[in-house]
Design a protein around this ligand. Structure first.
Ligand code: NAD
Length: 475
């Protein structure tokens, strides 16, 4: 069934603007169309958010937390509709949408309701003075998000933004408008005050109009480092607060004392989950020389098995071509291809989709394009190391610094190495295990700021410090 994805402004759907098609990544077929927001439509959405702001910001935090809890409950009621929308847009396995993407959407609204409602306030007392802070929302926040985990990443920002008293205009990715459209229906269905949550659809140009709009007070963005840099420039004149979660070229370090079975399975997850289209995915694996060969062989075998047991397509023909071009570049630069390297043939309608083979490469110099640039596909390069210091240096030799994994049974080494890695997140003997209260984000090209727990609430509000002189009682 073909769908038309409208914008959502001031509590109502708005099916205006040019139309563009949405493709099913599994078959390449057009499955729907999306309305594209131009300057005037973006302006209407920002105006709706501004009008809703004073009343929303004035609500006690417990009442806003009540609304985000109701959103979470309603997400669970519309669970299967959200799964269907997310799977249709991304081609991801239904089981993954059921187990990860949609439950995390509900959890994002619930977690920030709890954290905000229980957050302690502080006052500072010196002889003769009393200082305390009040936190105010930023105002209207632009929420610009990518296509890889559309619902999870959007709600990760909406939960804290709304509970902190902001109103929002969301710009989902042009590839994945579905789950934002269902969320808009959910918001209307529970009677969320009109204008508190607005959605505009479109390409990067719409995102740019939104970020630059003078009625937008702050921008929270998840996406590529290049787009982050473009947004930074476009909001520089107004010095708008920004929170950026950007790309990665994440390293995994496998020490020879590790449980090799667990490390291989951990690497399979961290390299190939979601077709490698997760910012946290590992693209550079460094393995202690003693276990390099058995590890590489086993990882390559598991990668080949994935072709029959669990492949997810790339999001678009364009992205598939980009991933394939990195496979070609690897071969040209002299890589040994241990698994994959091309396009799988299914002999059915999936041959029209955007699949690439899970790929394991080795033998490339550290400075090669494939070892430097984020590919964002089901691929990793694997290289040996001899010492702990060398492993740390290799992991840190990157312009990015989002996440890393360390596989070892040596407790001291685990902490020593984890603390030496230049990244916002380090997992030891696991990957993608998250506590929503912890800070999340990256260093270097991987981002600006941290979200998660109180760090999100800090970004989505600004403190005013009030200091009062206490008069002495002379009597
Ligand atoms: P992208 O940067 O191409 O697009 C992200 C969003 O920005 C989309 O909605 C897009 O329409 C919009 N956009 C594009 N140009 C814009 C502009 N000039 N102004 C405003 N908005 C603009 O990223 P993508 O291809 O959708 O997503 C993949 C990237 O996202 C990868 O680099 C990945 O690492 C990164 N990512 C990071 C995280 C994280 O938490 N660090 C999470 C997921 C994805």
């Amino acid at each position: 069934m073909e769908t038309t994805r409208a914008h959502f402004i001031g509590g109502s759907p708005v099916a205006e603007g040019e139309r563009f098609p949405v493709h099913d990544p599994v078959t390449g077929r057009v499955v729907g169309e999306v309305c594209e927001a131009d300057r005037e439509i973006v302006d209407r959405a920002v105006t709706a958010a501004r009008e809703a702001l004073p009343a929303w910001a004035a609500l006690p935090v417990a009442e806003r937390a009540g609304w985000t809890r109701r959103l979470a409950d309603a997400i669970e009621e519309r669970f299967e509709d959200l799964v269907t929308a997310e799977v249709a847009d991304t081609g991801k396995p239904v089981a993954q949408a059921r187990e990860l993407d949609i439950p995390r959407g509900a959890a994002n609204f619930r977690a920030f309701a709890e954290i905000a409602a229980q957050r302690p306030e502080s006052a500072f007392h010196l002889p003769g003075t009393l200082s305390y802070t009040v936190r105010r929302p930023l105002g209207v926040v632009a929420v610009i998000v990518p296509w890889n985990l559309p619902f999870l990443l959007m709600t990760w920002k909406l939960g804290p933004a709304l509970v902190a008293g902001n109103t929002v205009v969301v710009k989902p990715s042009e590839h994945t408008p579905g789950s934002a459209a269902v969320l808009a229906e959910i918001a209307a269905g529970i009677g969320l005050p009109p204008g508190v949550l607005n959605v505009v659809n479109g390409f990067g140009g719409t995102g740019r109009l939104l970020a630059e709009h003078p009625g937008v007070d702050a921008v929270t963005f998840t996406g590529s480092s290049r787009t982050g840099s473009a947004i930074m420039k476009s909001v520089a004149d107004r010095v708008k607060p920004i929170s950026f979660e950007l790309g990665g070229k994440n390293a995994g370090l496998i020490f020879s004392d590790t449980d090799l079975d667990a490390a291989v399975e951990g690497a399979v997850r961290s390299v190939f989950t979601n077709g490698g289209q997760v910012c946290l995915c590992t693209e550079r694996l460094y393995v202690e020389r003693r276990v390099f060969e058995p590890f590489a062989l086993r990882l390559a075998k598991r990668a080949q098995e994935l072709v029959t047991t669990g492949l997810m397509p790339m999001i678009s023909a364009e992205h598939r071509d980009k991933v394939l071009s990195s496979y070609v570049a690897a071969a040209e630069e002299g890589a040994e291809i241990l698994a994959g390297g091309g396009v799988p043939g299914f002999g059915d309608e999936r041959d029209g989709g955007y699949f690439v083979e899970p790929t394991v490469l080795t033998g490339l110099p550290e400075g090669s394009r494939v070892n430097r640039e984020e590919i964002f596909g089901p691929v990793c390069h694997i290289a040996p190391f001899d010492t702990e210091a060398e492993a740390i240096a290799l992991a840190n030799d990157s312009e990015y610094g989002l996440a890393a994994t360390v596989w070892t049974r040596d407790l001291s080494r685990a902490h020593r190495v984890a603390q030496s890695i230049e990244a916002g997140l380090v997992w030891v003997n696991t990957w993608f295990l998250r506590d929503l209260r912890t800070p999340f984000g990256g260093v270097k090209l991987s981002g600006v700021g941290r979200e998660g727990g109180v760090h999100s609430l800090d970004f989505y509000s600004e403190p005013t410090t009030i200091t009062m002189k206490l008069e002495q009682d002379d009597g």
